[in-house]
Design a protein around this ligand. Structure first.
Ligand code: AMP
Ligand code: GLY
Length: 425
């Protein structure tokens, strides 16, 4: 079959790499793609994942059978609903617009969890009209205070504040437009303390689902989880604390009520559900839902997926996952993200990257790279290349990735040297 994959990050590189291994795949197009995705298919740099008319023409011109949506924006914009009307035979991996609100609106996600009895932090939502109640509510809570912009805010919409006065000020500013329309509603919730992990579920909208390998990502820029939040600096899969006992609780208390709750609510959800979980004293609770795979978790998880990804996604999109097998490779995957100096603040672009051809022990998933007019590989984003390795344990997997990182160079490259360290204790 012919597939169009939408996106341009390390996640899409990993999805494309895995899809390329499938005997079911004929042509793969990646729009817009990056400096590495051309190795697995054809980049369509001019095609925007949000331009549904242009996508429609592309689908017709290239006999596309299935669209795989990498990032949330086209889903929140309603790509499934758009094509359900005009191209009912086109398969789409990703939920309908209402389903995408699990990520697009934190208030919607919270209401969904409450309705279906899914464990999550206690919360209340406020708007400018209920500012005074919000200020009072904050005073009734214990520090630290968790304030979340309701809408998409490029991963920056969550503030965790120790001091009550600062939290009250932040609430005023958020409701006053700190994140534009995204913070017109603010969710204030109970602070949960524990280690986080990411669980990915592929669901077919008819009660069939498969759980992918669990991963942990490293969000902060600095070692020891310090400094600003980033898109993700590395990932490890599996996660030792997410053992069978923990995962049984996750399945019973979170995955099943989520999959069944979507059906009960009449939401057409065929695609990946990303459960951002926190382990609170052995009990899993949901921090957030995303409606896509994680980045950089996908760059670790795909190394451990022992199945035909195209076959699985096709079955999910057709509503028929029940008979499909998805085994997990028992080895450990470690992903180390090489980023541009200055990221997540300002950074330079267009810097030449060298040495990738010398890497033999790891798999490279390009993120912010492109080929310039002369065909030279250069940086084009904050997160540049994800370096992923498989080995028998965390220590050996990260050691392999670090050794490969040392072979790649671009000016002012940075990476965290402590990926996985917290899980080795
Ligand atoms: P979110 O965008 O909802 O995933 O929030 C971003 C990050 O903020 C999460 O990955 C957590 O590290 C942290 N966070 C969010 N909600 C809470 C909470 N209720 N308690 C503690 N930390 C939280
Ligand atoms: N790694 C977290 C995310 O993709 O949102």
């Amino acid at each position: 079959m012919n597939i169009l994959l939408l996106g341009s990050g390390g996640r899409e590189s990993a999805l494309a790499w895995k899809m390329r291994q499938s005997p079911l795949l004929d042509k793969l197009f990646i729009a817009p793609g990056n400096g590495g995705t051309g190795a697995y298919g054809t980049n369509v740099a001019s095609l925007s994942p949000l331009d549904f008319e242009a996508i429609d023409r592309f689908v017709a011109d290239n006999d596309i059978d299935m669209i795989v949506v990498g990032n949330e924006d086209p889903l929140v914009a309603g790509i499934r609903d758009n094509f359900a009307k005009c191209r009912p035979d086109l398969l789409i991996v990703g939920p309908c617009q209402t389903g995408a609100m699990l990520e697009g609106s934190k208030d919607f996600a919270k209401q969904f969890m409450m309705r279906h009895g899914i464990p999550t932090a206690a919360y209340r939502s406020f708007t400018a009209d209920t500012l005074d109640e919000g200020l009072e509510f904050l005073a009734s809570l214990k520090a630290p205070y968790v304030l979340k912009a309701d809408g998409l805010a490029a991963g920056k919409g969550v503030l965790i504040i120790d001091n009550l006065e600062e939290a009250r000020q932040a609430l005023r500013e958020m409701l006053g437009g700190m994140f534009g329309k995204s913070s017109a509603t603010v969710v204030i919730e109970e602070f949960l303390s524990g280690i986080e992990c990411s669980v990915f579920v592929l669901t077919d909208g008819h009660g069939g689902y498969r759980v992918l390998p669990v991963a942990k990502d490293y969000k902060r820029i600095g070692e020891g989880d310090t400094g600003l939040n980033t898109g993700g600096m590395g990932a490890i899969s599996p996660v030792p604390f997410a053992d069978d006992t923990f995962m049984e609780k996750v399945t019973k208390r979170i995955i099943l009520p989520t999959v069944q709750g979507l059906i009960a609510d009449g939401i057409d959800y065929r695609g990946f559900i990303f459960l951002g979980l926190i382990n609170v004293g052995g009990e899993p609770m949901v921090i957030e839902y995303n409606v896509r795979m994680g980045d950089p978790e996908t760059e670790a998880v795909m190394l451990r997926v022992d199945a035909d990804l195209v076959d699985l996604m096709k079955a999910a999109a057709q509503g028929d996952l029940a008979d499909k097998e998805l085994r997990h490779n028992p080895q450990t995957a470690a992903t180390v993200m090489m980023v541009s100096g200055g990221y997540p603040g300002d950074y330079k672009k267009g810097l030449p990257i060298s040495g990738t051809e010398n890497v033999t022990e790891s798999t490279l998933f390009h993120a912010g790279t492109k080929l310039d007019a002369e065909g030279q590989l250069v940086t084009s984003g904050g997160r540049v290349i994800a370096v992923s390795s498989l080995a028998d344990d965390i220590a050996s997997a990260v050691a392999k990735s670090f050794a490969s990182v040392e072979k790649i160079s671009f000016p002012e490259a940075y990476y965290r040297r402590d990926i996985g360290r917290d899980l080795m204790k």
